[in-house]
Design a protein around this ligand. Sequence first.
Ligand SMILES: NC(=O)C1=CN([C@@H]2O[C@H](COP(=O)(O)OP(=O)(O)OC[C@H]3O[C@@H](n4cnc5c(N)ncnc54)[C@H](OP(=O)(O)O)[C@@H]3O)[C@@H](O)[C@H]2O)C=CC1
Ligand SMILES: O=C1O[C@H](COP(=O)(O)O)[C@@H](O)[C@H](O)[C@H]1O
Length: 578
Amino acid sequence: MAMAGALARSSINGALCAAHLAQYDVRMCSDSLRCSTKLFQLPCLLSSRCKWLTRQRIPIIVSAENTMVSEQKIGDGALENDSGGESTVTITVVGASGDLAKKKIFPALFALFYEGCLPKHFTVYGYARSKMTNEELRTMISRTLTCRIDQRENCGDKIEKFLQRCFYQSGQYNSEEDFSRLDKALKEHEGIRLANRLFYLSIPPDIFIEVARCASLRTSSSKGWTRVIVEKPFGRDSESSAELTRGLKNYLTEEQIYRIDHYLGKELVENMSVLRFSNLVFEPLWSRQYIRNVQLIFSEDFGTEGRGGYFDNYGIIRDIMQNHLLQILALFAMEPPVSLDAEDMRNEKVKVLRSMRPLKLEDVVVGQYKSHYKGGIKYPGYTDDKTVPRNSITPTFAAAALFIDNARWDGIPFLMKAGKALHSRRTEIRVQFRHVPGHLFKRSFGMDLDHATNELVIRVQPDEAIYLKINNKVPGLGMRLDRSNLNLLYSDRYSREIPDAYERLLLDAIEGERRLFIRSDELDAAWSLFTPLLKDLEEKKVAPELYPYGSRGPVGAYYLAAKHNVRWGDLGAETQNT
Ligand SMILES: NC(=O)C1=CN([C@@H]2O[C@H](COP(=O)(O)OP(=O)(O)OC[C@H]3O[C@@H](n4cnc5c(N)ncnc54)[C@H](OP(=O)(O)O)[C@@H]3O)[C@@H](O)[C@H]2O)C=CC1
Ligand SMILES: O=C1O[C@H](COP(=O)(O)O)[C@@H](O)[C@H](O)[C@H]1O
């Protein structure tokens, strides 16, 4: 059946896309036009964060196995059907009273609404145990909506219209009865239309399965699709992650589970494949032949403030490295995929992850921030947080050297560094190239040849940029060399605000685009790399090296890099483009 599906997909997709395109007014959409070849999404999508299409999508009937919650058995958009030809989407934020919902999810939904990216008939539901009226939810949401879009025209109007689409239902997370009440409320909004439902589990991970159970049994859409976005952490190690996956799969199919890693929704992370595969100049250099090392750097200039309770159970390796940085690494290092299809992309990422060496203790350095006085202000240490045990040895900083044992990357160190309460906030990928062979300009560089190598920097945040450090001649009669940047600074190049990662990911989930979500085998491969190390760190109670709040982190990180003949590229990186 799978083969038949694939055959049908490949043979009819091109024709359908072409035919289908003709039905849309393509002038509505300014930039990218995308044809999805996914089984459930054969119709072409004008998904460039432009106006939501008001025309119908072509219904493609596919046979799907009957699971308790059925993934869309028919095309996922509006259908010409006996419900009047239109569909609805309801986005239920489970854990609506929480930090992430307020900070990211509701604002992202509003931004999508503002941009015309939500379907005509959509409803947003908040669900949590806290008692709240619709009005109270709206007031809570409205407080967070001003930040990104308040300068724009008609913003007040749009906020009001958006809030009128937001509702709240209070309930327990393990009560089927409460979810039945939610179902009833959703149905009232959906009417006779084809109803699609997206659940965002913005709750602590120990209740994911209970919510999946109740939602699956009581609030699945009977006609349209039902999808569930699951927030990290996806377990603490290989075993707990596998258990979580098993638990979720008792109630949901893999196709319904959207494991979110919001770093995959960041503009420059998404651009990485474009940079590599649409520019002839980069791909030939993308291997051990020309690249000396790759650095993935995450630093925050604030501590765990407010999230110490969660963080202490996880630590920086699980919080940032095993997911965000590893995902970036996989995208960076993968082989060219067959297509941009979710499964093709994710197949390549899995291959890279499975070619990597599991980490050992000697490959890492761990640190923890301590309090520090600066300018008369005391910055608290990690264990000063009331929600953190005084004797905690949970790392708030880690540096690691990883290796990919495949033909492309054999012997090349991929260095990761992630830390909280450091001197700056930045996430970047640094690619250091090998020295130019021969000695033509050696004298002009002086002793420090390292300084003269090319470096490509992809700055994910803040001040998104891609720049390439090159050597050039200082103008004049002499022959003095200089280092300069070929610089693509996004704020100079594009006047458009960069959408938040959650906007992109929410829209993808609504559209059924799974490319930027984590598949279960990817997750297994990722945990296999880190689990032995995490166990060792915990069993041996490895004490983290203390570093002052606001510093550059433990010196051990420099020794680790030096051991692999690497110098961190962010050393002395105070100015924007160093
Ligand atoms: N906050 C962030 O920046 C990020 C969060 N995440 C992940 O997103 C998810 C949500 O995060 P966040 O919003 O910070 O979480 P919160 O701790 O704010 O929890 C969300 C909601 O869940 C309910 N809740 C909290 N604790 C419990 C509990 N022990 N048992 C049952 N219900 C509980 C509360 O709602 P009520 O009491 O009303 O039911 C709360 O408002 C988590 O999985 C987190 O790891 C991921 C990345 C970043
Ligand atoms: O997932 C997480 O990410 C945030 C950093 O996200 P960003 O988009 O603001 O860079 C981090 O602070 C948090 O600890 C972690 O759980």
